[in-house]
Design a protein around this ligand. Structure first.
Ligand code: ZN
Length: 164
């Protein structure tokens, strides 16, 4: 897959480093990383059936069904990796919003990032994201997994709680 070089600024220690990531023009072709280990996998979001399935489960869940499309997309970004994707070989969950590892302090919390100019790209062989665990679940188990993940991220089904 095609990747693009970005400059990251670590939120913990402030150091600046470069890493390859999803290109700015990589429409629907995402690099997905795991927590802690930053293992890499590829998600072709426009044609991936599980990605679409999690999105529709979020659209049907009482916690998120009343929310606008933008908020449902935010929920999808929050829970897709941990709910549907197999963890990496060390058991760490993947996530769509997981950043690279700071070479100075090992944090994955970034203050900011921007494309390196001039643009630098890399054609890298990245394994596809897999769903063996998710494929073994029944529909009700999938609904329950999505509901628990949404609850864990603070999505309340009551109307009294304000969400981002
Ligand atoms: Zn750092």
């Amino acid at each position: 897959m095609k990747l693009q070089l970005f400059s990251f600024t670590c939120a913990e220690c402030g150091s600046v480093f470069t890493a390859f990531d999803t290109p700015e023009d990589g429409y629907g072709d995402f690099l997905v990383r795991s927590h802690v280990a930053a293992s890499e996998a590829r998600l072709l979001a426009l044609i991936d059936p599980v990605y679409a399935e999690v999105r529709s489960l979020i659209a049907a869940n009482p916690r998120t069904a009343p929310k606008k499309a933008g908020l449902q997309a935010h929920a999808l970004q929050q829970i897709y990796g941990e709910v549907a994707c197999d963890p990496d070989r060390q058991g760490h969950a993947f996530g769509l919003d997981v950043q690279p590892i700071c070479p100075q302090c090992a944090s994955q919390r970034m203050a900011s990032w921007e494309p390196v100019a001039p643009v630098q790209t890399l054609d890298k062989d990245v394994p596809p994201i897999t769903y063996r665990r998710w494929m073994g679940l029944s529909l009700s188990q999938k609904q329950q997994a999505v509901d628990e993940a949404l609850r864990h991220h603070g999505w309340s089904s009551s109307s009294g709680v304000m969400l981002p």
